[in-house]
Ligand binder design. Structure first.
Ligand SMILES: Cc1cc2nc3c(=O)[nH]c(=O)nc-3n(C[C@H](O)[C@H](O)[C@H](O)COP(=O)(O)O)c2cc1C
Length: 491
């Protein structure tokens, strides 16, 4: 039985009766030791980053075998003992641009998206690396531009403090504009390489960026050819108003966390209106949302996997468990602040029906999450423990637990009724769960006509249905003075 609203329509017969929609976009959001905070502790799960290169390779090849559109690497610019408890996958990891450079030689079709932090990037270096990886991969690179939320990153980059929202987004906006100018350095025909005539470069087609930014002033030209994709597709992930402006004006994909299916349609409609408000085609930005499926052959098996993960999340009955980095208040006391009535209970004890009746609205919402994720209901044969309520409060992702068919129902409903274009699929732990997605959920989506599952085009842009941008220098003649002053003269 489906627990999600469902329409058995293919994209050809959209529920709105509107024009045909492109198939669902599916990306693998790679987190080596699992996206669930306790994933690395799951029996048999990959848990030692020393062997990450093998795991990165195997995951990318599995994703490619299933025809996923891309594999996606997030990033974080600091580490500390606290990450063990919060986001273990961030603690010690391969840097994303290095991962996609590695994969460009190991894979042949799948898109490769790396997160870069605009606040701490040097634009010329980033333009060089990204154009290079795009060329090395035959046009499969994407960049996720973020501005960062980790204050410790500042000291790692010689700064006194992490910039405020305005400064970070001023910098990110400049970075995108400067990157795109640098990528356009080599106009069509600029690299002549004619052996007979002895002409290597046509200087009239090689352009300087001469970008006068405050944060990212840069001269150019770039010493790497234009990316195969023209401009590498840009994802943006953020939550603030400035973040939305960056998406509206400049992004190709928006990675947005949406609180519920009920809220998703309004959010995706607003985002598309915002894009249209800047004069762009509202379909020019693909809206992607993260989802963390936990998959079992039966619903009961999926619940069991989820229960095991919940039981392995480090929580403490007191304010602190005494270990360095343990976040204060991962306890019943904190839950009490959230739901109003938890104080004094044992984490492993059951929430009685009378306890549940006294929960505030946030508590009721958490009980609803627990029910959907584990089939547990207070006072039933599958009772709710206080631990269940606390852990579901601590895990912020869109977790969906069920059989491959139920997971497909969920994705279908978010695509059809929530208006998202696709999903960044998180895996609770790397072991069997990713293969269950690629080998059981993906075929189900294909059989429903919702997912393409093969590589129609050559580049990531082709795959995502994004138009190739014209070279800005050719387009408007801006700044079209040839960059001859700094070029060596052939003798
Ligand atoms: C779905 C999603 C994924 C994100 N992934 C990353 C990431 O990998 N690395 C990072 O530094 N920030 C990441 N962020 C954080 C944002 O990019 C941004 O830096 C942070 O939220 C601060 O910007 P804001 O004020 O616009 O939210 C992510 C945000 C969202 C919503």
């Amino acid at each position: 039985m489906s627990t999600f609203p469902l329409h058995k329509n293919s994209p050809d017969s959209s529920s709105t009766g509107g024009p045909k929609r492109p198939p669902i976009i599916l990306g693998a959001m790679f987190r080596a030791v699992g996206a669930y905070p306790s994933g690395w502790r799951y029996p048999g799960a990959h848990h030692d980053p020393h062997t990450d290169p093998d795991v990165i390779k195997a995951t990318a090849l599995e994703a490619e075998r299933a025809g996923l559109d891309y594999i996606f690497f997030g990033d974080w610019l600091a580490t500390g003992a606290d990450l063990e408890f919060r986001d273990p996958y961030l603690a010690a990891r391969i840097e994303p641009l290095s991962a996609v450079a590695f994969l460009s030689g190991v894979t042949s079709r799948i898109g490769l998206i790396a997160t870069v932090n605009a606040t701490y990037s040097d634009v010329y270096t980033l333009a060089r690396i990204s154009a290079s990886v795009d060329r090395l991969s035959g046009g499969r690179l994407g960049l996720n531009i973020v501005t960062g939320a980790e204050p410790r990153a500042a000291a790692n980059h010689g700064r006194d403090a992490h910039w405020d929202n305005e400064q970070r987004y001023d910098s990110a906006t400049e970075l995108v504009d400067a990157l795109r100018l640098l990528w356009d350095s080599w106009g069509e025909g600029a690299l002549v390489a004619n052996q007979e005539r002895g002409v290597y470069i046509d200087p009239t087609k090689l352009h300087r960026a001469d970008f006068p930014g405050v944060h990212h002033p840069v001269a150019g030209p770039l010493n790497v050819l234009r990316p195969v994709q023209g401009h590498v597709p840009l994802v943006h992930a953020g939550t603030s108003e400035r973040s939305r402006q960056l998406v509206h004006t400049r992004a190709d994909l928006a990675l947005v966390a949406l609180p519920s299916l009920a809220a998703a349609k309004e959010a995706t409609d607003n985002l598309r209106r915002g894009v249209a408000g800047t004069g762009r085609n509202p379909g020019a930005v693909k809206i992607i949302t993260p989802v963390l499926p936990i998959i079992g052959s039966t619903l009961e098996e999926a619940w069991e996997i989820h229960d095991t993960l919940v039981s392995l999340v480090p929580v403490s009955p007191g304010q602190h468990d005494g270990r360095e980095g343990f976040p204060t208040g991962r306890s019943i006391a904190v839950l009490d602040e959230v739901i109003g009535t938890a104080a004094g209970h044992d984490l492993e004890a059951d929430v009685s029906a009378a306890d549940a009746a006294a929960f505030n609205a946030r508590g009721v919402h958490l009980l609803d999450l627990v029910k959907h994720r584990s089939g547990r209901v207070p006072g039933s044969k599958r009772p709710v423990r206080w631990r269940d309520v606390l852990v579901n409060h601590l895990v912020p992702y869109s977790v969906v637990v069920g059989t491959p068919q139920l997971i497909a129902d969920y994705l279908q409903s978010w695509y059809q009724d929530g208006g998202v274009d696709g999903f960044n699929v998180l895996t609770p732990y790397l072991g069997d769960q990713f293969e269950r997605f690629t080998r059981e959920v993906v075929p189900e989506l294909k059989s429903r006509g919702l997912f393409r599952g093969n590589y129609d085009g050559v580049t990531l842009r082709d795959q995502l249905g994004l138009a190739v941008p014209e070279n800005q220098f050719q387009q408007s003649g801006i700044n079209d003075a040839p960059a001859t002053d700094s070029l060596p003269v052939a003798r």
